[in-house]
Design a protein around this ligand. Structure first.
Ligand SMILES: Nc1ncnc2c1ncn2[C@@H]1O[C@H](COP(=O)(O)OP(=O)(O)OP(=O)(O)O)[C@@H](O)[C@H]1O
Ligand SMILES: [Mg+2]
Length: 270
């Protein structure tokens, strides 16, 4: 916000939202106070009645003094659970809302799922093949939940077609650069290769010596796909841990020497 200006507007926007939270907080507190005050009043009046009327009856001999004391004791015992009950509604309502949201997320089916009869990609270097691939990004309602976004309903419109019949083949050991203007679909091709999305038509295949003979990424197991493919994005992300544990994310069984090797390669300058 500082870089792109308009911090005042952002601050005002935040102020409006924070103001709503404050108002709701004040209303909740007021309601709770009303409840507690009413309950305290009722219990105090009841106690006064027990002592007053009970005491008068006890003096008249119609009631034992012990009974009056027991009645008063019972009343004080009753008070705590009654106060708890007045709060229970608020707690139950917030718990229900939390449950709803948690289950909504648990029930969300991932867009990309492994086939039950998926097979592993053979180890070693594999060829890469795009065969007449067409792809449009799925609509927002297929990949997310409205409650996770800042909108009440998600867009159901799919994106425009981004890749219009892409075909190419890369042999093992070959280095290929995709060049194109921003938004041409280069990153999209990388995402289809690692199966972050599925193609709409055509196929992405790995391995195989002849065109069309490779394994469709949709038929491969997730594990073998992750073992076979590595992806380095424009904006590298480091987790707040040691460099070693960041490196071990990709290969948990890497030795000390492997890691030094990776570090040297990353900082390699021609
Ligand atoms: N998650 C997404 N949802 C919808 N459309 C997207 C999404 N990501 C990219 N697009 C669209 O797909 C098209 C291709 O984007 P892509 O990121 O593949 O381009 P690129 O060639 O990698 O560009 P750049 O050189 O800027 O990295 C663009 O029109 C972009 O707006
Ligand atoms: Mg890109």
């Amino acid at each position: 916000m500082k870089l792109f200006g308009r911090p005042d507007e952002e601050s005002r926007e935040f102020g409006v939202r924070a103001g709503r939270v404050r108002d709701i907080g004040v209303r909740t507190a007021m309601l709770q106070f009303t409840f507690v005050t009413a309950l305290t009043l009722v219990s105090a009046l009841a106690l006064a009645l027990v002592y007053g009327l009970g005491g008068w009856l006890a003096i008249g001999g119609q009631l034992a003094a012990g009974d009056v004391v027991v009645l008063a004791l019972l009343l004080t015992r009753l008070y705590a659970p009654l106060t708890a009950l007045s709060n229970a509604r608020v707690e139950i309502m917030s718990a229900l809302v939390s449950f709803e949201r948690v289950f909504e997320i648990l029930d969300l089916k991932p867009l990309i799922q492994q086939k039950p009869d998926a097979v592993a990609i053979p180890p070693g270097n594999v060829s890469v093949e795009f065969d007449d691939v067409r792809f449009a990004y799925p609509s927002a309602d297929k990949v997310s939940l409205a409650s996770l976004e800042e909108v009440s309903t998600l867009d159901t419109r799919g994106g425009e077609e981004v890749l219009h019949g892409i075909s190419f083949r890369v042999e093992p050991g070959q280095t290929v650069a995709l060049v194109g203007s921003s938004g041409a679909g280069k990153s999209t091709i990388a995402q289809l290769l690692s199966r972050l999305y599925d193609v709409d038509s055509g196929a992405v295949r790995l391995g195989g010596t002849l065109p069309g003979s490779g394994l469709d990424v949709r038929d491969a197991t997730f594990d073998s796909l992750r073992d076979t493919l590595g992806m380095v994005t424009q904006d590298g992300h480091l987790f707040h841990e040691s460099i070693a544990s960041n490196l071990r994310l990709a290969r948990p069984d890497a030795t000390e020497e492997d890691m030094w090797d990776a570090i040297r390669q990353a900082a390699w300058k021609p």
